[in-house]
Design a protein around this ligand. Sequence first.
Ligand SMILES: *Cc1c(COP(=O)(O)O)cnc(C)c1O
Length: 357
Amino acid sequence: MASKLYIPGPIQVSEKTFRAMCSPMIGHRSGDFKKLYGGIQPQLKELFGTAQPVFLSTSSAWGVMEGAVRNLVGSGKVLNCMCGAFSDKWLDVSKKCGKQAESLQVEWGQPIRGEQIREKLSQGGFEAITVIHNETSTGVMSPIGEICEVMREFPEVLLVVDSVSSFSVVPLPMDELGIDVLLTGSQKALAMPPGLALFSASEKAFARAEQVKGRGYYFDFIEFKKNQAEDMTPSTPSISHIYALRSKLEDIFNEGIANRHARHAELNEMVGSWALRNGFEFFAPEGFRSKSLTCVANNRNIDVAEFVKNLKERHGILIDGGYGKLKGKTFRISNMGDETRETIGELIAALDDSLPQ
Ligand SMILES: *Cc1c(COP(=O)(O)O)cnc(C)c1O
């Protein structure tokens, strides 16, 4: 039997979401498709906090992360803010796209601060910056309000924000914050199977993209915009995922967005209390801890591999034993998606039972 996933992505997918994916196939240029895609736009815009259209890309999040660089950066520089595995990789991606990429690197476990961005951008010549709101590898949430405040001093620099593991977990109103590209993926905070990415882009972002050469085709923002105007996607999308998304949006709006945020905060607190109760510390500094997962520092020096194994074998539960160079030094537990006080309660009982002595 498959384990229940408490790794920070992919996460557990509900039966309802899986059932929605089995809806009959339709043509992607048909009226039925336009109704499906057009029908979810209002809810998507509300969730993104934008008046702009929301686009669906049949790719994982990296497709749009690469696409953002290719669409928004011309001959100028891009600043990639780096504080963990995913944000670090964005620098490589920018370079592989042939862009002049610079890094703002902080130690893994630390957040990206507004002041650090100000210092870099003051050097001039930047066209865009990339920020990962919630660095899933370290469990650090960077202060997006503070960052957006600083970005107002640099109106010529476009802000790209990855919210893959924080989308719909905490408020992230794109227009109000002045974010130019906000993107997320299906398999983390949205609790769907992997394979779909969602994003929106500001007028400023489209104006830039119009000027940038070499945007390619598959992730061309202008193509997305043209097609979306007719409730379509540039190429054949994973229609099954869009059915799943419609079902997920139904769940989110039935619960209420504010209630969803509150539930994540409460469940995150439950996991955090478990860690403290057992003498652990957090990898992230206080005030910058993720609300969708907990990255526990292994200050007790337990055998993390044994802990992970016990959980899997005794309880059919999967947690993560630390990302990359943090393997064994940390472990990560997700509280994203459809978890409840009851399911997290069961998880905690299993954690207690599996912790090596
Ligand atoms: C998982 C993750 C990604 C990468 O997502 P893919 O679906 O593998 O492309 C990017 N950013 C963050 C913050 C993530 O957690």
